[in-house]
Design a protein around this ligand. Sequence first.
Ligand code: GDP
Ligand code: ZN
Length: 302
Amino acid sequence: MGDDIIKGNVINKIQGFYYVKVGENIHECKLRGILKRKDKKDNCIVGDIVEISEDNSIIQIYPRKNMINRPLVSNVDYLVIQFAGKDPEIDLDRLNTLILNSTYYKIDPIVVINKIDLLSEEEKSSLLERLNFLEKINIPLFFVSTYKNIGVDEIKKFITNKTVAFGGPSGVGKSSILNMLQDEEDLVVGETSKKLKRGKHTTRDSKFIPSNCGGYVIDTPGFSSIELPPIKDFAELISMFKEFTLPDDSHCKFLNCHHISEPGCLIKNMVEDNKISKTRYDFYKKVYEKLKVERWNNYEKY
Ligand code: GDP
Ligand code: ZN
């Protein structure tokens, strides 16, 4: 009995205490000294899967499948990239930038377009067409309206028992959807929640909020920006456009082709044959140029 492994996940962290959910119970834990590395903010973070001892010390942290910085959380299953069909208008570069970030941080993206109540049938189909590049790269797309309760159940079904982060520009209805996915009462669970509330430095964005379809939701301000992830070189960039993968037995005329303006480029051929979407290719070119000028210092070695 004494040797049983107690395994759970950290769902909140307040002033040196970690709240670890084990089944239906929440344990208030301390981090064992040996796991504390000086000057590290990410020794143990919300989302971590951990083992705790019977006296509520965290004694082991399991490897993370991913981690994001704002808020600092780990093991996120999906990033919902949310936009509105109108008010504000969709910015496809921004959408692709968020997809690039989710790929970089190893979180599967889902695209949610809210406020479809504002669109005519015609506008809806033209928007679907503009977004058909998502299907080619296997990113699920949901059209919803929180006003008319359209499509919300489909999202709930998709994210059942998952940990889901929400990102996107402001004004697209993120708070509206988050409110439909969480029940205030669920935040209050027995004794521990009093402690959770008491923490003066509790911020909404540093914890997992239980969702009403199992799992958790997280508001992620870090995924609203239009910043590119810190991609270090060309190889890393191209690895994030998975649809640009060429068959094993083929290559562009130039072995070090960057698929921009080189002759005999197979990627450009694929764009012409509509095997790669033009939206994605144009976005790739913009990112390439931007990184080259701003980050890679035009250094030819990449
Ligand atoms: P956030 O900034 O992304 O969190 O967006 P909010 O949830 O605060 O919503 C921004 C604005 O959009 C508010 O005025 C909402 O009432 C409105 N809104 C939210 N969902 C819908 C919707 O489905 N349809 C329409 N027409 N407006 C919506
Ligand atoms: Zn090429």
